[in-house]
Design a protein around this ligand. Structure first.
Ligand SMILES: [Zn+2]
Length: 409
């Protein structure tokens, strides 16, 4: 082994400086994050002792860090629970209500939306405005979204809450840095950088941290709040059709974050022209406007109108939804054959139409996925409810708060 230069030992240990101080600082931050995560991710409110057991930190360290997180408004103490054995009653901990909030924003083809969630996951503000945004002007639409968000931020701050940041969901290709929308065919937008255009600010004028993400990917993350396996494929049905691939509770982003474009998987090369320029894409069989028109409704009608027709046994609506389900099923069977996934979550329009489309999709997947006889694929409706990308976006902001709570305490 080569000799390494040594320095003479000092008589008295000096307080850590430079790299050593920074290491200690980093360790403290990391422990703070460990404690915050242990409480945030627990299924039942844990006590300080439970957190110590889960993190491997000492009781004393956990107590100091919990006090800091409680004072900073990230955690709250619940009324003490008297222990069965002798000793002090345990104080269960949970994320704080209505203190720090994450903001989900969305521009989609037929609505704009804002939704704020607090650390326990409650919706504390929401604004959704519907109306067609086909071939819209990005500057004008983003200014409208800024007004919508500014109203929500003022309301939240007026109620004593702090906005930790925002995630903007968009129906198109967004780069992995979360800054640039390359293309959103159904909006008619390309090469847009929405964050400077939004220029979102807190009440005191300081800029808010905003990142952009694909709407299907954020909607997929919203499912993680519920009872879903750690790996699954999420399909978001709207005017466009997108997908989010979740592996071990993390999004799989591909090389540049541009994966999941299942709406442009070819169903029939001789099929109708798609907004992307190609022909016979899945969107032209299973996109929301195609479903509405097939059922004899205007493209601006709500999906509930299709549901009404399906309930009444309307032949055109039934045939259109069956055709959409078969197209979706064959695209998904290809996906299952390629990547081996056991759970498919149908969201957006497909969650609303699940009673008619779910078994069709499941049937085609079973028919076409080679491994289906050995590993049945569970096709289920999404649980996160309407405009799930807003919830997923808000949750992402809060996840980043919990991962680095030192900034907020
Ligand atoms: Zn296409």
């Amino acid at each position: 082994m080569p000799a390494t230069p040594t320095t003479a030992p000092t008589a008295h240990p000096a307080p850590p400086t430079g790299a050593a101080a920074s290491r200690q600082h980093t360790l403290r931050e990391r422990n703070l994050s460990l404690v915050a995560s242990a409480v945030y991710e627990a299924t039942t409110p844990p006590s300080r002792a439970d957190v110590a057991a889960a993190t491997g930190l000492t009781r004393a360290t956990v107590s100091t860090l919990v006090d800091r997180l409680v004072a900073g408004g990230l955690l709250a103490e619940l009324p003490p629970v008297v222990a069965q054995r002798a000793g002090r009653p345990a104080v269960p901990l949970q994320p704080a209500r209505r203190t720090l909030v994450g903001l989900g924003l969305e521009v989609n083809v037929d609505y704009l939306g804002v939704r704020a969630l607090d650390l326990v996951g409650d919706v504390v503000a929401e604004r959704v405005v519907t109306g067609s945004l086909h071939d819209s002007d990005p500057g004008e639409v983003l200014a409208r979204l800024r007004d919508l968000a500014a109203g929500a931020i003022a309301e939240l701050e007026g109620a004593g809450m702090r906005v930790a940041g925002a995630r903007l969901a968009m129906p198109g290709l967004v780069d992995a840095r979360g800054a640039r929308l390359e293309v959103a065919p159904n909006l008619g937008w390309s090469s847009v950088e929405p964050v400077p255009a939004l220029d979102l600010r807190a009440g005191d004028g300081s800029p808010l941290d905003v990142e952009v993400a694909n709407e299907a990917k954020l909607a997929a993350l919203a499912e993680l709040a519920g009872d879903v396996p750690s790996s699954f494929l999420y399909v978001s049905g709207d005017v466009g059709v997108g997908a989010g691939i979740v592996v071990d509770r993390q999004l799989f982003l591909g090389q540049r974050g541009w994966n999941g474009e299942i709406g442009h998987v070819v169903v029939d090369p001789a099929g109708p022209r798609c907004s992307c320029g190609a022909t016979g894409c899945l969107e032209q069989y299973a996109g929301k406007e195609v479903l509405l028109r097939g059922a004899g409704l205007p493209a601006s009608a709500p999906v509930e109108a299709v549901v009404d027709l399906l309930r009444a046994g309307d032949d055109a609506a039934l045939a259109t939804v069956e055709r959409a389900g078969r197209a979706l099923g064959s695209a998904l069977a290809t996906f299952v054959n390629l990547v081996d996934v056991s759970t498919i979550v149908l969201g957006g329009t497909y969650a609303e139409l699940f009673g008619w489309v779910g078994h069709v999709v499941a049937g085609v997947v079973e028919e076409r996925a080679l491994a289906a006889p050995f590993a049945p694929v569970d096709v289920r409706p999404a649980a996160a409810g309407p405009h799930a990308a807003l919830t997923g976006g808000a949750r992402e902001v809060l996840r980043s708060v919990v991962a680095d709570p030192a900034v907020w305490v």
